[in-house]
Design a protein around this ligand. Structure first.
Ligand code: HDE
Length: 678
């Protein structure tokens, strides 16, 4: 009997493939012990290297072949292992086994990514984020390959190569890297107006997340749930981060790309390493077959979302990411996702974007991973057994025994054999499809602006301002005036005020002609309505020699509330307090910067050293400009006084609040103070 799948099944399977080279004798790949690894075999000490030096040849050849093609999109990514636990049975809607029994735990592997940039690009690019999850279920791998934005740029898969060509660095000079602020991208947008809704999201704060741990995930495409009776529901998948949805500001994003281009991966890695496991709840929106045409949008159109207020999100389980990878290449780079990896009870719809995706993913893995056996790579193997008549190919690892590799056969009793639906055989939902073969788009896909307007209507004032700023930045970087003008004309269809403000910033004169009429609002779309928690937020404590000894108790109280404390001073190592107590400096002002933190705490008086005097002021001013909470005590308030910041929103001093720690924690949970004068 095969062992039952549990939360640890994947880890156990991977254990067979892990190798630890520590304390071992060095060998060649053939297992031959090596006596020397620093000098190639030469004809005399100063002579040429000999061709017979097999050790040199093997080592160099392997090195020469270390690189594989990066993903054509989503090249820059980072991943972690975890588990998914079901809250309630979904048997009414789907027969998928991992969604039947509450408490069932399924191992998962999740890769987060940016879309446009190459493998080494900065992680704070303005871009959608990939959010791809592989569930290793007892019925095979199920991949939920989503993004952190619920809609997409295009409606039909055939346009994807055009979109990506327009997005990527321009071909004549390969500039700019990991950025949409250039002519070809915006030329594509203006001339492919189905992108209107997605571009609103891409210009919003969603495109510059604070952390992978603070993003929603969306399956984007419309899938089907099918239950044991064969009844189908249309379904959209959502991941909801327990820490809420939060972003950085654009100036911060740009600086972060320089100060720490690994900001997001480091944040994820450190959170998991320190036991602060990221959590996401899985939600589903479901629509009955009979209601397919009930909405004022086509539910198969990937440029549309299903407003949560109209189709509620049912929360069905929680994913916890609890283990970092052991080796980024073996796991994160070699993992191969495919939205076509489904299990019984989950099926496709005619969503034309999804249909295009169903071809592309296997195809791209074939070139990226060098042949048809990538399913055998440890990270991609299902945890349940797999058997068929597929054979051979580059890098084949399985040793299929026996003489039979075809079906039907008599020599192996006609096995491996397909099994009935009742025994777990996958059957496709028998949707009736009747139509002419045409290259066309349905009339019902033609409204490109109503939901873009709804998104705009749903934003808070600061969010709206950020969108205006983003359009102004991106279009301001375009060289062609005509491109800017076309985009402004396009967004006139979204909102006249938005278009006018962007036009003003770009020095374009426009006539307000198309007045959008959609007044719909979906509060779920605004990040201002998201969960607010202080947990895992990073506080930079600016501290210098002679600090007040009581500071240590305050820092402990802040830590007890779930925040992460890091000290910044003018030198590394021990800093001595006035009463002799010691604090370890984690950073100096040259290795740390306010953009790396969520909040700043000024804990030493101004002027204790010349460096502190100068650098602390710079640190605080920048945090203030990025709307971050700032606190000061033990005479640190002197600095805030000097900078004229006392009394501003989100600025906490001992004098202004009764309970300093409580007020600071509340401010940290608030994330940013947009109503601050900057
Ligand atoms: Fe992808 N996409 N995509 N995509 N996608 C890839 O597959 C593609 C789309 C998404 O971490 C590629 O393995 C087409 C939507 C993620 O490994 C490729 C179309 C959504 C990842 C591909 C889309 C996604 C990919 C490149 C339009 C959100 C990274 C490397 C029809 C639901 C997965 C690879 C990882 C990766 C094709 C549109 C999400 C080329 C043709 C919509 C998260 O196959």
């Amino acid at each position: 009997m095969d062992k039952k799948v549990n939360a640890n099944s994947k880890n156990e399977q991977l254990e067979q493939f892990r190798a630890n080279d520590k304390d071992k004798a060095m060998t060649t790949n053939q297992g031959l012990k090596v006596s020397e690894d620093e000098f190639s075999l030469k004809n005399g000490e100063r002579g040429p290297t000999l061709l017979e030096d097999f050790h040199f040849r093997e080592k160099m050849t392997h090195f020469d072949h270390e690189r594989i093609p990066e993903r054509v999109v989503h090249a820059r990514g980072y991943a972690a292992h975890g588990e998914f636990e079901l809250y309630e049975s979904m048997h009414t809607y789907t027969k998928a086994k991992f969604l039947q029994t509450p408490g069932t735990k399924t191992p998962v592997f999740v890769r987060f990514s940016t879309v446009i940039g190459s493998r080494g690009s900065g992680e704070l690019a303005r871009d959608a984020r990939g959010f791809a999850t592989k569930f290793y279920t007892e019925e095979g791998n199920y991949d939920l390959v989503g993004n952190n934005i619920p809609v997409f740029f295009i409606q039909d898969g055939i346009k994807f190569p055009d979109l990506v060509h327009a997005m990527k660095p321009e071909p004549h000079n390969e500039i700019p890297q990991a950025a949409t602020a250039h002519d070809t991208f915006w030329d594509f947008i203006a001339n492919n107006q189905e992108s209107a809704h997605m571009i609103m999201w891409a210009m919003s704060d969603r495109a510059i997340p604070r952390s992978f741990r603070m993003m929603e995930g969306f399956g984007v495409n419309t899938f089907r749930f099918v239950n044991a009776e064969g009844k189908s529901h249309f379904v959209k998948f959502h991941w909801k981060p327990v820490l809420g949805v939060h972003s950085v500001v654009w100036d911060e994003a740009q600086k972060l790309n320089g100060k720490n281009p690994d900001f997001h991966r480091q944040d994820l890695y450190e959170a998991i390493a320190s036991g602060n496991y990221p959590e996401f709840e899985l939600g589903v929106q479901m629509i009955e077959e009979k209601d397919e045409f009930k909405f004022d949008f086509d539910i198969l159109d990937a440029t549309k979302l299903w407003p949560e207020e109209e189709v509620p999100v049912k929360i069905i389980g929680k994913m916890t990411l609890n283990r970092n990878v052991d080796n980024v290449f073996a796991e994160t780079e070699q993992v191969a996702f495919h939205p076509g990896n489904v299990v019984p009870g989950i099926d496709f719809t005619n969503d034309p974007l999804l249909q295009g995706r169903l071809f592309s993913y296997t195809d791209t893995q074939l070139i990226r991973l060098g042949g048809p056996n990538f399913h055998e790579l440890p990270i991609n193997r299902p945890v349940c057994p797999f058997h068929n008549n597929q054979r051979d190919g580059y890098g084949r690892q399985t040793i299929n025994v026996g003489q039979v590799s075809y079906h039907n056969n008599s020599l192996a009793g006609n096995t491996p054999s397909p099994v009935s639906e009742e025994e777990g055989g996958y059957t496709h939902y028998q949707e009736k499809v009747d139509g002419h073969k045409v290259r066309a788009r349905s009339e019902s896909f033609k409204d490109h602006f109503s939901q873009a307007t709804m998104f705009w209507n749903s934003m808070s004032d600061p969010e709206k301002q950020h969108i205006i700023n983003a359009f102004s930045f991106e279009l301001g970087k375009c060289k062609e005036k005509t491109v800017r003008e076309q985009v402004v004309e396009m967004i006139m269809n979204v909102d006249v005020d938005l278009a006018c403000q962007v036009a003003k910033n770009l020095g374009i004169t426009i006539q307000a002609t198309n007045i959008p009429t959609n007044s719909k609002v979906s509060p779920a779309l605004s990040q201002s309505n998201s969960a607010k928690k202080p947990d895992t937020r990073k506080i930079a404590v600016l501290v210098s020699e002679g600090f007040a000894g009581e500071l240590i108790a305050t820092l402990d109280a802040l830590k007890a509330k779930g925040t992460m404390i890091e000290t910044v001073s003018d030198h590394l190592g021990a800093i001595k307090g006035a009463d002799g107590s010691l604090l370890e400096a984690n950073h100096t002002f040259s290795t740390a910067d306010s953009v790396l933190f969520d909040a700043v705490y000024v804990a030493s008086p101004q002027g204790t050293t010349p460096t502190y005097q100068k650098e602390a002021a710079y640190f605080v001013k920048e945090a203030y400009a990025h709307f971050k909470p700032i606190a000061a005590s033990f005479y640190g308030g002197q600095l805030l006084d000097e900078l004229g910041l006392k009394g501003q929103a989100g600025v906490i001093t001992e004098e202004t609040e009764n309970s300093f720690v409580e007020s600071f924690i509340y401010a940290i949970a608030e994330h940013r103070f947009w109503n601050r004068a900057v």
